[in-house]
Ligand binder design. Structure first.
Ligand SMILES: [Mg+2]
Length: 164
């Protein structure tokens, strides 16, 4: 059982019951932000080359940062569970479908709706923009320095990556 989180007055920390299948099978749950982390829109950004025709990726997805597939594969090999945590308006289905185009299966997706729903029950006076412990996430990767600062304040682990 996880310890009560000091940044949370409610005291319940961990994945919501609807998301908790598979807990215990993995050594670590890692989540990734989307905008400027997995997706880089800069024309100079290096992106993954998929196996499907280019127009399929244009219709159903966005450019995926080069190296994502090998990183996810290595994390899986090391026993990590892979999640996406975005506070954008993308639907969870959309995110799963987009990553499947690149052969990446994720174990969970937190979008803005789910984030807000979970935050409303945690009793924060000023909820952080992201709060990975609410979903049992051990490490969150994000380009935002603000999220990293929130992590230091609310005591969750985050890794800040460059947006380019
Ligand atoms: Mg971002």
């Amino acid at each position: 059982m996880r310890a009560v989180h000091p940044g949370c007055q409610h005291g319940r920390v961990g994945p919501p019951a609807s998301l908790s299948s598979g807990v215990g099978r993995f050594v670590m749950r890692v989540s990734f932000d989307i905008d400027d982390t997995l997706v880089c829109h800069s024309p100079e950004a290096l992106v993954e080359i998929g196996y499907l025709p280019v127009r399929v990726y244009r219709w159903f997805g966005e450019p995926l940062r080069r190296g994502t597939c090998s990183l996810v594969s290595e994390l899986r090999r090391r026993g990590c569970s892979i999640w996406v945590y975005t506070t954008s308006g993308r639907s969870r289905f959309q995110v799963r479908r987009w990553l499947l185009l690149y052969g990446i299966r994720v174990d969970g997706v937190v979008n803005d709706d789910l984030h807000r729903l979970e935050m409303s029950g945690l009793g924060f006076s000023h909820p952080p923009s992201k709060y990975p412990p609410a979903f049992g996430i051990d490490l969150h990767v994000d380009d935002s320095a603000g999220v990293q600062m929130e992590g230091e304040q609310a005591r969750f682990s985050s890794c800040c990556c460059s947006s380019g």
